[in-house]
Design a protein around this ligand. Structure first.
Ligand code: FAD
Length: 357
């Protein structure tokens, strides 16, 4: 099969906050940058997020996610990034070519450097009835509500009290669903106080030390059986939707296919490509950034993307060592600030342990 073959200085896979910021840094240094994303809109997770962002002002705190996405995508286009949407990267081969499925057909591109910024996938657990229609990831429910304007159910039970579980519960309430409760196997709420307060104000109860025993129904979910963690009491919730917000795992398939060395860090979501503090993997010219390099937040993804874009531009000979070093220092300072709080210290320790691995 003879496929068309293109060349580029840099290809960035994934137009979420990490990929957008990597592209911006690279193109501003004069790198011919192609940004690919499977969606028809740039922004990654951000374009689904209608809530005002937490994090620092520098990273758009207080703005809605889709506004931040549109701003970054606009800056990229203005700076000259070739943004190609509806373009899915199917493979990343040992010779360095990427195979892309785009509206005009399948083609290959052989860039001099690649930033993998593919984000994350939702975690699932298996339990009786987990394949019934109406059982879905919280991210899928968020996409249905915020992108397609479709309510995934009228009465919803949320499993998982991290930020994603809390934020999506609130968005479901705003969209008109009844959230009958949030359960979590842990003995404390995983998400930020500010998100918990919002759902608590709406009267949504949180059941800690509880787990799903089964989803029940004929044809679709009609109820969910929940038990306390000690194996004592069991409760039945009459619902037509069970949302699972059980954490995210880095999307590492392309890095694995290219032969990047993988490491495992529970605090960062599981397996991820080994990388150093400059976001270089062990494969020359291959960088990783954002959730694909360990699950954190959009603000961290932006900074890791910047780090990858700066280092790629330096390695491609378009940014001097001095300039790149100064830019990296500024990014490093901001990353330390973002990981300085109580939620960030475990992630920081895990990251540092990878760099020295
Ligand atoms: C409900 C929810 C609320 C959140 N709220 C906040 C918040 O308030 N503040 C905050 O800082 N963070 C928040 N986050 C986290 C934040 O959204 C993520 O950390 C961030 O989006 C990660 O950025 P990324 O660029 O690494 O990945 P993503 O944003 O996931 O972008 C990756 C992109 O790559 C594309 N892609 C993947 N594989 C391919 C392929 N093979 N070919 C082409 N394209 C591909 C994906 O479709 C996607 O568009 C929230 C997350 C969720 C789920």
């Amino acid at each position: 099969m003879n496929l068309p073959l293109e060349t580029a200085d840099l290809v960035v896979v994934g137009a979420g906050p990490a990929g957008l910021c990597a592209s911006l840094e690279a193109v501003r240094a004069g790198v011919h940058t192609v940004l690919l994303d499977e969606n028809s809109r740039a922004g990654g997770q951000l374009f689904k997020q209608v809530h005002r962002f937490f994090g620092s002002r520098h990273h758009g705190a207080g703005k809605r996610g889709f506004v931040i996405a549109d701003q970054l995508a606009g800056e990229c286009r203005q700076a000259g990034v070739e943004v190609r949407l509806s373009s899915t990267v199917l493979g990343f081969f040992q010779g360095g070519e990427l195979m892309v499925d785009a509206p005009g057909g399948v083609y290959l591109v052989r860039p001099r450097a690649v930033v993998i910024a593919t984000g994350a996938s939702e975690r699932c657990v298996a339990f009786p009835g987990w394949t019934l229609p109406g059982v879905m990831g919280a991210g899928a429910a968020q996409t249905l509500v915020n992108v397609y304007g479709v309510l995934p159910g009228r009465r919803v039970l949320m499993a998982g009290s991290g930020n994603v579980g809390l934020i999506v519960s609130y968005q479901l309430l705003q969209a008109g669903a009844e959230v009958v409760g949030i359960i979590d196997i842990a003995d404390r709420v995983g998400g930020y106080e500010v998100h918990l307060e919002r759902v608590a104000r709406e009267g949504v109860p949180v059941y800690l030390n509880h787990r799903i025993l089964a989803a029940e129904g004929t044809g679709s979910v009609e109820s969910v059986l929940v038990g306390d963690a000690g194996g004592g009491k069991a409760y039945r919730f009459e619902v037509d939707c069970l949302c699972l917000a059980l954490g995210l795992s880095p999307l590492v398939e392309l890095a694995a296919m290219r032969g990047c060395r993988m490491v495992y860090r529970e605090e960062l979501g599981g397996f991820l490509p080994w990388h150093d503090a400059w976001m270089r993997t062990d494969r020359p010219g291959v960088f990783v950034a954002g959730d694909a390099a360990g699950i954190e937040e959009a603000s961290v993804a932006m900074e890791e993307g910047r780090m990858a874009g700066i280092t790629a531009a330096e390695e491609l000979g378009l940014l001097s060592g001095g300039r790149a070093g100064a830019k990296r220092k500024a990014v490093q300072r901001r990353l330390e600030g973002l990981r300085g709080g109580p939620y960030g210290t475990g992630k920081l320790a895990a990251k540092v342990s990878i760099h020295g691995d």
